[in-house]
Write a protein that binds this ligand. Structure first.
Ligand code: GLC
Ligand code: CA
Length: 552
C-alpha cells in the first residue's frame, strides 16, 4: 500500500479523550493518558487513531462546542502534550486523525462574543447567522424550526435579533458564506496539519452550507417535507462541495496529502458519494450498518450498495457499528430486531435508532436484552466488516465487547440531548463512560481519582488487564483478527471481491484466497469447505449461531 493511500483499508480507532485514560487524577481523560496507552493501541494493531474534540470547551456538548479551534483544553493537556502524542503514535506507525467541528462554534468563541458585542448588520454578526425577529417588536423567532437537541433553533439576543443553532443554543452556527469564516478554517486545517496530524474527521459535514434567503422561511411542517439536498435550507446542499474543494487544496499542500472523512448522515448513496470523491473530503461515513438489524439480507444489500458507491466515487467504503453518539453495538445487537411495531421510524433499512432510544429511556425494560447474543453478534459483525474492502472504524471499548451503561443517575448525566429533551431521551452518556483498564481500583484503572461519568460495578469484569491475559477474551480475539488482517490485506487489496452462494441467513464473500463466512442466524449453519483461519466462536463441523469465520 503506498503511503498516500494508507487510509483506504485502515482500521481506525476512535478515542473520546475525556473517557480514555486519566494521567493526573482529576477524573478527566487527557492526552498524556492516551500517550501512556500507545503500547495498547500498537498491540491491538490499529492503523490510525481518531481523537474526538480536545479543544477548549465549556462542554455543553461534550467538546463539540469549541471555544478555540487552535488550542488544547488545559484540562486535557497542552499543545506540547499534543505534539508528544503525535510523535509517540507515529513512532509506532499509527496515524493521527483529529475531529474538526465546522458547523458551529461555542458561544464562548472570540468571534461569537464579538458578534454579541456588535450591532445588527455588523461584519461581526455576519460570521454567524443572525436574523431580525418577526412581528412589531421583533419578538417572534424568524421561523418555528426546532433544534436537534430539542427546543427552538433560534435564540434571541435581546436587541430584536436571533441567532440560529442547529444543535444546542450554546452552539451557534457559522455563516459559511462569510469569507473570514472560510479563511479561518483553512488556517485551522493548516495549524493541525503542521502539528503532524494525518487527517481530519469532519463533524456534521453535510450541514455547513445554508440558504435562509426565503422570505418567509418555510414552517417546520413544510421543512419536514423537504428532502435533504439542493432544496433543503441546510442539509446536504450542493454548495458544500465548494467548501471542501477549497479544503482539498489545503490537504494537497502536504505530502502525503492529508486525509479527511465526513460525517454524512445522508441516506442516498449517490448524494453521499459527493463528499467521498478525491476532489472533496475523500471519504464519507456511511452509517447504514450501524443502524441495521443483524440480518443477512440487510447486510448484503448495504455492503453491495456501499462498495459500488465508494468505487464510483474513487474512494473506499467505511464500516461503523459504534461511536460516541449511539448505543454500544454489543448491547444494540442483543435487542430484538427493529420492527414497525417497536420503532416509529420505518424505512427499508430496518432502522434501529428509534427502538434503541425507547429502550434506553425505559432503563432497559422496554424490550428483552440477550447480552450473550449481543456480544456474539457484535464480534461477528466487526469481523465481517474487517474482511471487507474499505476502512473499519472501531470505537474505544468495542474491542472489549463493552456494553452500554444504563445506570447513570440523572444528576450525573452530561449530554444536552438528555437535558433538552426532558422525558424523551436519556442521551449518549451510556457509551461515553471511561474505560475499565483494571478489574479493581479507583475508576478501574482509568485514573487515580474517580471518573467524570460514573462507572458501574460490573465494569471491572471487562477490564483490559483481565482480557489481555485471557486467550478466549474479546480483546484477544480482536488482537488476533487485526494481526491476521495485516497479513492477508496486501494480497486482498489487489484481489477481486466476490460474493458466493450460501444458505439463507448466511453470507459468504472472498477477496482472493481470503474467504469470509457469517452466520447471521440463531441456529448452526453448514460450513463451507476450507482451512479455518479465525472464528468469532469456536467452530465445530458447523458454523455456530451469530459467528464470522475467516478461512481459505
Ligand atoms: C456530531 C457529533 C455529535 C455532536 C454533534 C454536534 O453529530 O458526532 O457528538 O453532538 O455533531 O456537534
Ligand atoms: Ca486528567
Amino acid at each position: 500500500m503506498d503511503e498516500k493511500n494508507w487510509w483506504r483499508d485502515a482500521v481506525v480507532y476512535q478515542i473520546y479523550p475525556r473517557s480514555f485514560a486519566d494521567s493526573n487524577a482529576d477524573g478527566i481523560g487527557d492526552l498524556n493518558g492516551i500517550r501512556a496507552k500507545v503500547g495498547y493501541l500498537r498491540d491491538l494493531g490499529v492503523d490510525a487513531v481518531w481523537l474526538s474534540p480536545f479543544y477548549p470547551s465549556a462542554l455543553y456538548d461534550g467538546g463539540y462546542d469549541v471555544d478555540d479551534y487552535r488550542a488544547v483544553d488545559p484540562r486535557i493537556g497542552s499543545i506540547e502534550d499534543f505534539d508528544a502524542l503525535v510523535d509517540a503514535l507515529h513512532a509506532q506507525g499509527i496515524k493521527m486523525i483529529v475531529d474538526i467541528v465546522p458547523n458551529h462554534s461555542s458561544i464562548h468563541h472570540e468571534w461569537f462574543q464579538a458578534a454579541l458585542a456588535s450591532p445588527p448588520g455588523s461584519p461581526e454578526r455576519d460570521r454567524y447567522i443572525f436574523r431580525d425577529g418577526l412581528g412589531p417588536d421583533k419578538a417572534i423567532p424568524p421561523s418555528d424550526w426546532g433544534a436537534t437537541f430539542g427546543g427552538p433553533a433560534w435564540e434571541p439576543v435581546g436587541d430584536g435579533q436571533f441567532y440560529y443553532h442547529l444543535f444546542a443554543p450554546e452552539q451557534p452556527d457559522w455563516n459559511w458564506d462569510n469569507p473570514e469564516v472560510r479563511a479561518d478554517f483553512l488556517r485551522t486545517l493548516r495549524f493541525w496539519a503542521d502539528h503532524g496530524v494525518d487527517g481530519f474527521r469532519v463533524d456534521v459535514a453535510f450541514g455547513l452550507a445554508k440558504d435562509f434567503s426565503a422570505d418567509p422561511l418555510p414552517t417546520a411542517a413544510q421543512l419536514a417535507q423537504i428532502k435533504a439536498g439542493p432544496d433543503h435550507p441546510y442539509y446536504d446542499r450542493d454548495e458544500v462541495d465548494d467548501i471542501y474543494a477549497e479544503w482539498r487544496q489545503v490537504f494537497d499542500e502536504y505530502d502525503p496529502p492529508r486525509f479527511a472523512v465526513g460525517e454524512v448522515w445522508v441516506e442516498i448513496p449517490s448524494r453521499r458519494a459527493r463528499y467521498a470523491v478525491p476532489t472533496s473530503l475523500g471519504q464519507a461515513f456511511n452509517f447504514d450498518l450501524l443502524r441495521a438489524n443483524f440480518d443477512a439480507v440487510n447486510f448484503f444489500r448495504i455492503v453491495d450498495e456501499n462498495l459500488t458507491s465508494a468505487d464510483e466515487a474513487g474512494s473506499s467504503s467505511t464500516w461503523v457499528f459504534s461511536n460516541h453518539d449511539v448505543i454500544r453495538s454489543a448491547t444494540r445487537l442483543g435487542l430484538p430486531p427493529a420492527t414497525p411495531e417497536n420503532s416509529d421510524i420505518k424505512n427499508s433499512q430496518g432502522t434501529t435508532w428509534d427502538r434503541d432510544r425507547r429502550w434506553l429511556l425505559s432503563g432497559g425494560t422496554y424490550l428483552p436484552l440477550d447480552a450473550e447474543a449481543g456480544l456474539a453478534r457484535s464480534k461477528a459483525a466487526l469481523a465481517f466488516a474487517l474482511a471487507l474492502p474499505g476502512s473499519t472504524y472501531i470505537y474505544q471499548g468495542e474491542e472489549l465487547g463493552l456494553p452500554e451503561v444504563l445506570e447513570i443517575p440523572d444528576a450525573e448525566r452530561q449530554d444536552p440531548a438528555f437535558y433538552r429533551n426532558a422525558g424523551l431521551e436519556v442521551g449518549r452518556d451510556g457509551c461515553r463512560v471511561p474505560l475499565p483498564w483494571t478489574p479493581a481500583g479507583t475508576s478501574f484503572g482509568f485514573g487515580e481519582n474517580g471518573s467524570h461519568l460514573p462507572q458501574p460495578d460490573w465494569f471491572g469484569q471487562y477490564a483490559v488487564s483481565i482480557q489481555a491475559d485471557d486467550p478466549a477474551s474479546t480483546l484477544a480475539f480482536f488482537r488476533k483478527a487485526l494481526a491476521l488482517r495485516k497479513q492477508l490485506l496486501p494480497a486482498a487489496v489487489d484481489a477481486h471481491f466476490a460474493w458466493h452462494d450460501s444458505p439463507p441467513g448466511t453470507l459468504h464473500f472472498s477477496r482472493g484466497e481470503w474467504h469470509t463466512f457469517t452466520n447471521f442466524t440463531d441456529a448452526p449453519a453448514p460450513l463451507p469447505a476450507g482451512e479455518i483461519l479465525l472464528s468469532t466462536a469456536a467452530p465445530a463441523d458447523v458454523a455456530p449461531p451469530n459467528t464470522t469465520i475467516w478461512f481459505r
